[in-house]
Design a protein around this ligand. Structure first.
Ligand SMILES: Nc1ncnc2c1ncn2[C@@H]1O[C@H](COP(=O)(O)OP(=O)(O)OP(=O)(O)O)[C@@H](O)[C@H]1O
Ligand SMILES: [Mg+2]
Length: 395
């Protein structure tokens, strides 16, 4: 049976990766230019990490050295230092076997060495004894690691492209102080190019604003939605190429899933799964696929729901109906929200948590189309409102 043309687990690289030529080129150009600094930012699930990986592949193919350090799971600056160490020694270790020793001497600490299970090259991390309980000391270590990498690249006549993914974690872990410290370190580096990437758009914007630590340090690449026409063709071609006959089902898939690449790929993937056997898809197949995704994710979505405060639940119900004026008196009354101030506060929390996206004054929408569908299906009936889960799309 044909393989599903829409992989959604983890990052995708070519050939499943499509479009994003301009973005990949700008990232590549930055990796190519020692000392350059680029910040890539955009909403979640747009395909940032995939584009970063594809840029690394291109850069490696041209004989460059580059790596990606993922900050998403870090709980301290020591973890950040480790992420950078592991990724960079793996990348540089392909050329030089003595990289860990040299780096350890430059940093002035002993490094633990292990072997990369995939390519057998040595990778380094800070030894347990080197981890500190003080935030300032760990920040210092991260700075020393980066300075030492820059020095090592200079000595070896190589430049390193270093991508720091989920860069906004710097702020979460070290606040403004951590940001200023990092700026002080990386602004002088002439042998490393930095690509920082982040997804909490408001946080990243604050980090770049006037008077903020990274003001004017980075060039900026806003990572927005793909061209909808390209996305539509890609989905239609993927379905047809996999042996599913249909008439422009991408139209419905995009209407239901919105503009985030992953959401579109997820709905296309499920539609393909349902249609594969019969070899054909119609709007009913897309509807069924949407409902099945909501059912698959029902437990985590329910767990999220019970974690919301009372007013937040009411706001989510109101937004799920598609209201464009959350603060209007009749909306507040219909959903039992005490006041417009209460609605506005709850909505602001939900935006900060990444559940809602603000479109305009009093106008919000769900970040995830599947969470919207779940709320319509499972929580709106509490307010006596019965709508199809696919609302507002009429299939
Ligand atoms: N250019 C692309 N071509 C095909 N599929 C893509 C592309 N970009 C993203 N996707 C789909 O979206 C999914 C998520 O992509 P990725 O993890 O790169 O996004 P992200 O913006 O880094 O997300 P997050 O904000 O969660 O880190 C991929 O697994 C894939 O299904
Ligand atoms: Mg990512």
């Amino acid at each position: 049976m044909a393989q599903n043309p829409f992989p959604i687990h983890g990052i995708v690289t070519r050939p499943a990766f499509t479009d994003r030529e301009e973005e990949v080129e700008r990232i590549c150009n930055t990796l190519d230019e020692p000392g350059a600094k680029l910040l890539v930012y955009g909403p979640r699930r747009m395909g940032k990490t995939s584009a970063l990986r594809v840029a690394i592949e291109d850069h490696l193919a041209q004989g460059g050295v580059a790596c990606l350090a993922d900050f998403s799971t870090a709980t301290s600056h020591g973890d950040l230092a480790n992420r950078v160490l592991t990724a960079s020694t793996r990348a540089l270790g392909r050329r030089w076997k003595d990289i860990v020793h040299d780096l350890s001497r430059r940093i002035g600490v002993r490094l633990e060495v292990s072997t990369d299970p995939v390519n057998g090259s040595p990778t380094a991390s800070l030894g347990f004894g080197m981890r500190s309980t003080s935030r300032a000391a760990e920040q210092e270590t991260l700075g020393r690691v980066l300075d030492s990498l820059d020095g090592l690249c200079e000595a070896r006549g190589v430049s390193l492209g270093l991508i720091l993914d989920e860069f906004q974690e710097i702020h979460r872990l070290g606040g403004e102080e951590g940001e200023w410290h990092l700026r002080g370190v990386i602004q002088h580096h002439q042998h490393i190019s930095y690509v920082a990437a982040g997804s909490q758009t408001h946080l990243i914007q604050r980090m770049l604003g006037k008077g903020a630590a990274f003001y004017r340090l980075f060039d900026v690449l806003s990572f927005g939605p793909m061209d909808p026409e390209h996305l539509r063709r890609w989905v239609n071609d993927g379905l047809s190429g996999g042996g599913v006959s249909h008439q422009d089902m991408a139209r419905w898939i995009l209407a239901l899933a919105g503009e985030r690449t992953r959401d579109v790929a997820q709905l296309a993937r499920k539609t393909f799964q349902l249609a594969r056997e019969e070899g054909r898809a119609d709007p009913g197949t897309v509807r069924q696929a949407f409902l099945e995704i909501i059912a698959d994710e029902s437990e985590p979505l329910r767990a999220l729901w019970v974690g919301y405060a009372g007013t937040e639940e009411k706001v989510l119900r109101a937004v799920a109906t598609g209201t464009e004026s959350l603060m209007a008196a009749d909306t507040l009354q219909r959903f039992g929200i005490a006041s417009s101030a209460a609605a506005s506060k709850a909505a602001a929390n939900l935006v900060a948590e990444g559940v809602l996206v603000q479109e305009g004054p009093g106008n919000y929408r769900f970040d995830s189309p599947f969470q919207r569908g779940w709320v319509i299906q499972h929580a709106l009936p509490d307010a006596g409102i019965h709508l199809p889960a696919t609302h507002p799309v009429e299939l």
